[in-house]
Write a protein that binds this ligand. Sequence first.
Ligand code: FMN
Length: 166
Amino acid sequence: MTYIVIYSSVTGNTKQVAEAIADELPQGTPCVRAQDAPEDLSRYDVVCLGFWANQLQADALAQTVLTRIHNDKVALFMTCGVPPMMKHAKDTMSAAISLLPEGQTPIDTFICQGKVDPKVIALMYKKFPKGHPHGQSKERDERHKEGATHPDANDIALAKEFARRI
Ligand SMILES: Cc1cc2nc3c(=O)[nH]c(=O)nc-3n(C[C@H](O)[C@H](O)[C@H](O)COP(=O)(O)O)c2cc1C
C-alpha cells in the first residue's frame, strides 16, 4: 500500500499531528503541506488529509485538496479549538466529509483539540461582545486555557493509533 499525508496548518497543531501520523506509516511515506500536494494523487492507495477547523468547515486551503481525492481510500484528521467529543467538532468533520467527491467515504477520521492562537482569541473577544455566543465567557476562557496544552502526548498517541488503523 502507498500512502501520502497532506496537511494544512497555520499555527503548527495540524502539522505536529500530521508528522506523528506519517511517522507511524510505512517508511518513506511523504508528509507534505497542502500547498505542495501533488497535482496527481492517483499513484497513492491511501490519501490521509489533515485540516484545521475554520468556522464549522475545513480550512480553505485543505478544501482545495478535499474536493480532488478520488483515490480508493481516504482518511481525514482535523485539529480544532474545542474538545473532540463536542458536537461542534463532529459537525465540522461531517461538513468536511461532505466536500469529498461524490461517493467518497473516509475509511477513518480523527479529531484532535489544538490550542488557539492567543491573537485569534483576542480578536474574537474584540469582535463579539460578552454575552454573544462567540464572545468572552468564563466557560470559553476555561476551554482556551485547557486547550493551550494540545496537542499533548495523549493526542499524539491517539494520532499514531489512527495511523495504525488506516
Ligand atoms: C480564523 C480561525 C477560525 C477558527 N474557527 C474555529 C472553529 O470554527 N472551530 C474550532 O473548533 N476551532 C476554530 N479555530 C481554531 C483552530 O481550528 C485550531 O486552533 C487549530 O488547531 C489550528 O490549527 P493549526 O495550528 O494547524 O493552524 C479557528 C482558528 C482560526 C485562526
